[in-house]
Design a protein around this ligand. Structure first.
Ligand code: ATP
Length: 420
């Protein structure tokens, strides 16, 4: 006997009518995994007829009766794809026949060209979906979130998503770049100041913390905040109370904090460069953004979306050849999605026609350029790409050109050829 509460379908009601009793977009799936009914809310929202289609998510034989863990999937919706939260439970008719009811809850309240929207987070690899799911869940709480990840992995986008999915989405989202915070800026920009608070200060100014009331404050590059300011920030975060510079009144703001870093804060704590108490105040929920090389399968889709976005911005019609797409999938992107975007932009600038070819793709660690603008040493691939022979043919067998493009030595390519 299973423990899950049964929802019974009354006799005489068709499956469509029965499922219409459920208010949220819902489909019914039979034991073989085929969709047998969809309610009105589902049809109105998704505008597709799913009947007869097989789903990926139907339960294994033994998991009937247990509510399936909620999960996030990408879902077709009126000619495009959007992220949908799926919640499942079993449903029985009076003869005891079992169905699996899947509620499909759109996580973007107002879908409109999700992929090309500048803030959309693209990807469908398991590691990315897991991350997105954590963001979605964290957004519904009030807890502070610490986003960790290498440069260019999308921490800022994740902060936007956390705000957008939260109850505070109608409120402000403000960003503080902690790497540029001097002591004076911290006091005056973060807390605000009263008129005459310092020489030349002719007006009262509302600080960022106060401005973020009932919204979200994104503390980017939190690992760069000097220790003295860490103490001040902690005091504000502990109580929500603060004073404007030059003011006496104690003020209060209701602010949700999201912080981001590409530093190892634990290591910084050990080195006494980051306050442990501040860390625990910021990191009630920690979410790791995966590096692009950990989700290589997402690269073709991200490339397409970036291409579309840049085409829009630049008013162009560039496309990628299949070979160039292949090539883009071989690189390890130390600068992650930002670097991928830079590589595409550079390829577009170099390309005479509308089609980007392998020879237009130049890998360099753009995010790692030093101040004088000279590129740092190219990062090399850790391992041999599985399809490296195929890639070599793109360069008409030229080991030298191939090696140059993927950032390894010619000798390495030679070794791969010997090993393969
Ligand atoms: N999942 C994604 N899908 C599409 N574009 C993305 C995704 N993640 C990041 N981007 C794009 O990559 C670029 C870098 O993203 P973002 O600024 O959010 O990274 P970051 O981790 O905050 O970087 P940094 O640590 O250097 O500040 C932006 O142009 C952003 O739009």
């Amino acid at each position: 006997m299973d423990q899950h509460p049964r929802v019974l379908i009354p006799t005489g009601l068709s499956l469509d009518c029965a499922v219409d009793l459920l208010p949220k977009p819902t489909i019914l799936i039979d034991e073989d995994g085929y969709i047998v009914a969809a309610n009105r809310a589902y049809r109105d929202y998704y505008g597709v007829d799913p009947i007869g289609k097989q789903t990926r998510l139907h339960p294994g034989k033994n998991s009937w009766g247990h509510a399936q863990e909620e999960c996030l999937v990408r879902y077709p919706c009126r000619g495009r794809v959007e992220y949908v939260q799926i919640r499942c439970h079993a449903l029985y008719d009076l003869q005891g026949k079992r169905y699996w009811a899947e509620e499909c809850l759109p996580i973007y309240p107002n879908p409109q060209g999700l992929n090309v929207r500048p803030n959309a987070m693209v990807g469908s690899s398991p590691v990315f979906m897991d991350c997105l799911h954590q963001i979605f869940k964290a957004a519904r709480t009030h807890a502070p979130v610490l986003l960790r990840g290498e440069s260019g992995t999308g921490k800022e986008l994740a902060a936007h998503a956390l705000h957008q999915f939260s109850e505070r989405s109608a409120g402000p989202l403000l960003t503080v770049d902690c790497s540029t915070m001097t002591e004076h800026l911290f006091e005056s920009e973060f807390m605000g100041h009263e008129r005459g608070a310092f020489t030349g200060c002719i007006d009262r100014k509302i600080g960022l913390y106060e401005h973020a009331h009932q919204g979200t404050l994104f503390l980017d590059e939190i690992g760069e905040l000097p220790l003295t300011m860490q103490a001040k920030l902690l005091r504000v975060l502990e109580t929500g109370l603060f004073r404007r510079l030059g003011g006496t009144a104690q003020l209060h703001a209701d602010v949700r904090i999201v912080a981001a870093t590409n530093r190892d804060l634990q290591q910084m704590i050990r080195e006494k460069r980051f306050r442990e108490d501040l860390y625990y105040r910021l990191a009630a929920i920690e979410i790791d953004l995966p590096a692009l090389r950990e989700r290589v399968e997402d690269i073709p889709e991200i490339v397409q979306v970036l291409l579309e976005r840049i085409n829009r911005e630049w008013g162009g019609h560039w496309q990628l050849s299949e070979e160039a797409t292949h090539l883009l999938c071989t690189y390890k992107y130390p600068g992650n999605i930002r670097e991928l975007r830079n590589i595409l932009q550079k390829a577009m600038a170099l390309c005479d026609g509308d089609t980007l070819l392998p020879r237009h793709i130049h890998f360099f660690h753009a995010a790692g350029q030093n101040q004088s603008g000279t590129a740092m040493e190219r990062p090399s691939l850790r391992g041999r790409p599985d399809n490296f022979r195929e890639l070599l043919t793109i360069f008409e067998g030229s080991r030298r050109q191939f090696a140059k493009h993927i950032g390894v030595s010619e000798r390495t390519v030679y070794r791969w050829l010997q090993e393969a």
